[in-house]
Design a protein around this ligand. Sequence first.
Ligand SMILES: C[S@@+](CC[C@H](N)C(=O)[O-])C[C@H]1O[C@@H](n2cnc3c(N)ncnc32)[C@H](O)[C@@H]1O
Length: 239
Amino acid sequence: MGRYSVPLAPQLADFAAVAAGQRVLDVGCGSGALTGELVKRLGPAAVSAVDPSQPFVAAARARHPGVSVQRAAAEELPFEDQLFDAALAQLVVHFMAYPVAGLREMARVTRKHGVVAACVWDHAGARGPLSLFWEAARVLDPDVEDESQLAGAREGHLAQLFREAGLHEIEEGILSVAIEHSSFEEWWEPFTLGVGPAGSYVASLDPKRQARVRDLCREMLPTAPFVVSSQAWVARGDA
Ligand SMILES: C[S@@+](CC[C@H](N)C(=O)[O-])C[C@H]1O[C@@H](n2cnc3c(N)ncnc32)[C@H](O)[C@@H]1O
């Protein structure tokens, strides 16, 4: 899903008013899509990043030399109080074990009146990049657990989590991304990698059921090349 993260990053950075001269933390950096946008705006020395997954830490370090990338989860950030001007989490809150604790930690390491911001795909509104996949999976298995119940993935929920985490002056919005896919196979390939809830679901199916989901997705998508438009809920608040 990295292709979708890259165009989302400047929008999240704009929403959080990230600008030269600031020191900013990227929480749940993955391989560094948002980190790259922060480096462009601030320079590597002003950017810190964390992720609990060692392979992602290694990937982000390799991709962004000069950025301090540490292995850590949002819920336990290895930083002193009020170190950053802003702390951002792109497509991460719904993976946090304790989203309110994670956001509270992001607020703790952000200076007073600094910004905490996060975005999560609108899974509940069926407007995420994976929504068509889950629709197909549900046709074949009505009880399938998609991502719509995850934290922040429905209207108003990110703002509610921000309130529970003690943030102030909370604003909510929508970010949009449109990605062109050159062929069905190019669209389908990431689902076969076993990554994330959709990848794990595909991996759990026997080859016959995998083929049924894939064929149904192919029927539901327009003829290639096609564009997938996706929306993410975004929220920001003052620490
Ligand atoms: C969908 S990826 C997003 C990566 C990156 N922010 C981007 O936009 O491309 C989700 C990331 O959240 C990380 N993650 C999962 N649980 C986390 C937690 N509790 N705290 C921080 N990051 C977490 C995962 O390791 C993964 O790198």
